[in-house]
Design a binder for this molecule. Structure first.
Ligand code: HEM
Length: 487
């Protein structure tokens, strides 16, 4: 099917992650007065980068929390039509429980977005090609905030890590779903997912439309919004918009490598090699990016962005890439099955694989994160990272992703796959890179299937910690116009 995407009505962050704009700052804001905040939004409307343009110098995006839309006096009936998870917020106790945000990760401990922090209404995402362009862009807005009664809660700095890596020393940003209708994809570019999974107002993987915030016809007298595809009675406030999920996670890089070096039982000639091998098993890729399922047992130091692989044929027993590895948990590809062993019935095997691939398509996210804090060692070589002493620097990942349905996509991945102790036949493991419940010593194992016996790692410390988070709505341009115009 040909999907025509309305790129000029979409914020560009949906279609690109701005690798060519390595500088970024995220501003967390609070609205004091609805009228003047709307004036500010009207003043920046023309500066929001749409998906129709590929910017070379700067890009600007805006997103709203539920409290932000409330502060802007969106009619209560309209506000109520947003997804429940968005309305409740990430910090709400039941949601926090579903997400496993307890103990050290509990919202009460957060630096922003939690019950003990200032209310976050808006998120302004600023990107630039150079530090001076970024400073200029941010200064322009920060100066305007006072004038419009907008309070800057927090400026989130970001850091581009050499060689496209994240702080632990592994290449990041490799695997991504492609959006149907964006271009003609090649055979290698997989999976191509229905646009409605990531952009509201388009058909999704259920051949349906993901629930979108709606406005009664009478509440759009200026006729700004498009008609809702499923009812003539409503306008679609979600069209060309999506939800933005933001979780700020710290990474204990010295602790990670210390654990690997002291505990690895992976076969190797040196402790360093053994540490790298265990780290790669936890991620599912070698530090330079090569997927374990396509590599030999030995450390692969060739840079790789290879993403054309599955687990069913390549690694059904998890001997190469453990079932509990970060990438295998967060996207099980063709192996989302409880039956571990292949059947002798080849047709049945094929069927199981197809079912898995079809299910996976309904639980995808577009990752748009950026790191923060200086790297522990600028070389980002694993050997140097594990030799470096603890510098106490606050570093980690601004994990940001986009999804049309918060609970079916982001929360499902986290809850059913990433932090599930029984994922894929395991029973006491959890995502080694995920922020987990450290204090009750549950779910803190990591299992590497191996012959003649699997290797178990117990009492793993928590390598990442959640320090803030929120659910945002990233509106389309017309929706933004509507929000500004509501009386
Ligand atoms: C500090 C925390 C995290 C770190 C250091 C991290 C690191 C990585 C790395 C190194 C990769 C492999 C490179 C790639 O395929 O792009 C990856 C992939 C991925 N991560 Fe994370 N990640 C973190 C948190 C999360 C969270 C919170 C989620 C979602 C709930 C997530 C979801 C994914 C997904 C979906 C993939 C792609 C898997 C695939 O398709 O093979 N990550 N991550």
């Amino acid at each position: 099917m040909n999907t025509t995407l309305e790129l000029e009505d979409m914020q560009g962050l949906i279609v690109r992650g701005y690798e060519k704009l390595p500088e970024a700052k995220f501003l967390l804001l609070q609205i004091n007065d609805a009228t003047s905040a709307k004036q500010y939004l009207a003043s920046i409307l023309g500066q929001i980068t749409t998906a129709a343009n590929k910017p070379e110098h700067t890009a600007l995006h805006i997103a709203f929390t539920a409290s932000g839309l409330h502060a802007l006096q969106l009619p209560p009936s309209v506000l109520a039509s947003f997804q429940r998870e968005f309305l409740e917020g990430m910090q709400e106790p039941t949601r926090a429980h579903i997400l496993g945000d307890t103990h050290l990760n509990a919202p009460a401990q957060w630096q922003w977005g939690g019950p003990n922090n200032g209310r976050v209404d808006l998120l302004l995402l600023c990107y630039a090609n150079t530090p001076s362009n970024l400073d200029q862009l941010c200064a322009l807005h920060i100066n305007a905030f006072k004038q419009y009664g907008i309070y800057l809660i927090k400026t989130q700095e970001t850091e581009t890590i050499p060689r496209a890596k994240e702080h632990f020393g592994f290449r990041d940003g490799i695997s991504k779903p492609f959006i149907e209708g964006l271009k003609n994809y090649s055979e290698q570019e997989k999976p191509v997912i229905k646009a409605g999974e990531f952009i509201l107002g388009y058909e999704n993987e259920y051949e349906n439309y993901t629930s979108s915030p709606l406005v009664p016809l009478s509440e759009d007298p200026e006729n700004i919004l498009p008609i809702y595809i499923k009812s003539n009675e409503h306008k679609d406030l979600g069209k060309n918009g999506t939800y933005l999920i933001y979780r700020q996670m710290t990474q204990d890089v010295p602790g990670f490598w210390k654990y690997l070096k002291e505990n690895s039982k992976e076969p190797a000639n040196t402790n360093e090699e053994a540490a790298i091998k265990l780290g790669a098993k936890m991620v599912g890729r070698w530090p330079e990016g090569a997927p374990l399922v396509l590599s030999s047992e030995e450390i692969d130091t060739n840079p790789s962005t290879e993403n054309n692989f599955g687990y069913w044929k390549e690694d059904p027993e998890g001997m190469k890439c453990p079932f509990g590895a970060h990438i295998r948990r967060n996207n099980p590809r063709d192996f989302l099955l409880t039956e571990r062993s292949q059947s002798t019935n080849l047709k049945l095997n094929e069927k199981r694989k197809e079912v898995s691939v079809e299910m996976i398509r309904k639980h995808q996210i577009l990752r748009r994160g950026r790191s923060f804090g200086k790297p522990l060692d600028p070389s980002m070589e694993p050997e140097k990272l594990m030799a470096a002493s603890d510098d106490g620097v606050f570093r980690g990942l601004h994990f940001i992703c986009l999804a049309g349905h918060i609970s079916r996509q982001f929360e499902f991945i986290l809850n059913a796959w990433s932090k599930s102790p029984t994922f894929s036949g395991l029973y006491n493991d959890s995502d080694p890179l995920g922020a987990k419940q450290a204090s009750d010593h549950l779910d803190n194992e990591f299992t590497c299937p191996a012959a003649p016996a699997r290797r178990k790692y117990r009492n793993m410390p928590q390598f990442t910690q959640l320090v803030g988070g929120a659910y945002f709505f990233l509106p389309g341009i017309k929706a933004l116009q509507y929000i500004i115009k509501t009386p």
